[in-house]
Design a binder for this molecule. Structure first.
Ligand SMILES: C[S@@+](CC[C@H](N)C(=O)[O-])C[C@H]1O[C@@H](n2cnc3c(N)ncnc32)[C@H](O)[C@@H]1O
Length: 270
């Protein structure tokens, strides 16, 4: 006698067919589901991608010791009450003593750094958190305003804050405004911020339309702008980046910083 739930050869084949069909349907939808999740995540990642503007070889440094007793340092102390060891080297005030310094053309212009910083950080893209701005000082220190903070607006205040940071005497106020890392090379910076591609903006680079350059972005990118008034990037920067020129004319660093922030904003926020 046959039991009712006995598996006949026909039923077994039918079950096998249904099982295969289920497997096929599951595979079909799960493949698409995982692909959709992956594509969504990649899109999300590219939107999250944080570009970095590096104000490179930034002309901001403490007054070198050999100028502490110079007449110009004394004058600054009398006028502003700042001791020589806490003064920022500034061509406007210290030029009489600067002729003996090495690499003079890149030094003593904190105003160049300050302007470029303000132009990049006074933008909607910086406020949105999609742009990181970094001052890479001539001594290698890395000073980066935290998102949603406002760097000091006046040059005197900016120099006061930079002096404290560069002297290693920053307090809670400075730490609230800036992230600080010590003595990094340009290459260190690129790995710190996980940069895939670095572009150095220089009149000597390959000519390109800035809008096309920003649009062609496919990976996490750093843009270096010279934070100095004269001369060119150090060799290490050129060796570790693609030099690009956005105009036949030499431009001021803050003009490049403003144009670049605007193009990044157009491509990411608008
Ligand atoms: C005052 S410039 C330094 C001068 C330097 N001799 C030069 O022409 O690149 C400050 C910075 O602005 C940027 N810059 C100036 N002119 C540029 C141009 N035509 N294309 C791209 N970047 C430029 C560079 O990053 C440069 O280091």
């Amino acid at each position: 006698m046959r039991c009712s739930n006995e598996v006949t050869p026909l039923k077994a084949a039918e079950r096998e067919r249904i099982k295969k069909w289920h497997l096929y349907v599951w595979k079909f939808f799960s493949d698409r589901y995982f692909k959709a999740v992956l594509v969504g995540r990649l899109k999300q990642m590219s939107q999250d991608k944080l570009d970095v503007v590096i104000i490179e070889n930034s002309s901001v440094e403490l007054l070198p010791k050999e100028l502490w007793s110079h007449e110009s340092a004394k004058r600054v102390q009398d006028s502003f009450g700042v001791a020589p060891r806490m003064q920022i080297l500034d061509w406007n005030y210290h030029r009489a003593g600067m002729s003996k310094l090495r690499n003079i053309e890149k030094r003593g212009r904190p105003d160049v750094v300050h302007f470029a910083l303000l132009d990049a950080t006074s933008t909607p893209i910086f406020a949105s958190g999609k742009l990181k701005v970094v001052i890479h000082a001539l001594n290698g220190d890395v000073i980066s305003p935290k998102n949603s903070t406002h760097p000091p607006r006046t040059l005197n205040r900016f120099c006061g804050v930079m002096a404290k940071i560069l002297a290693g005497e920053e307090g809670p106020d400075e730490r609230n405004l800036f992230q600080i890392e010590r003595k990094k090379s340009f290459k260190d910076l690129l790995s710190m911020y996980e940069i895939d591609e670095a572009v150095s903006l220089t009149r000597l680079g390959t000519g390109i339309d800035l809008r096309d350059l920003v649009k062609s972005e496919s990976s996490r990118r750093a843009y270096a702008i010279g934070g100095f008034a004269h001369g060119h990037f150090d060799e290490e920067v050129i060796l570790n980046s693609k030099p690009m020129s956005i105009s036949k004319e030499p431009l001021a660093a803050h003009v490049v910083s403003a144009r670049l922030s605007y193009e990044l904003e157009r491509s990411k926020l608008m």
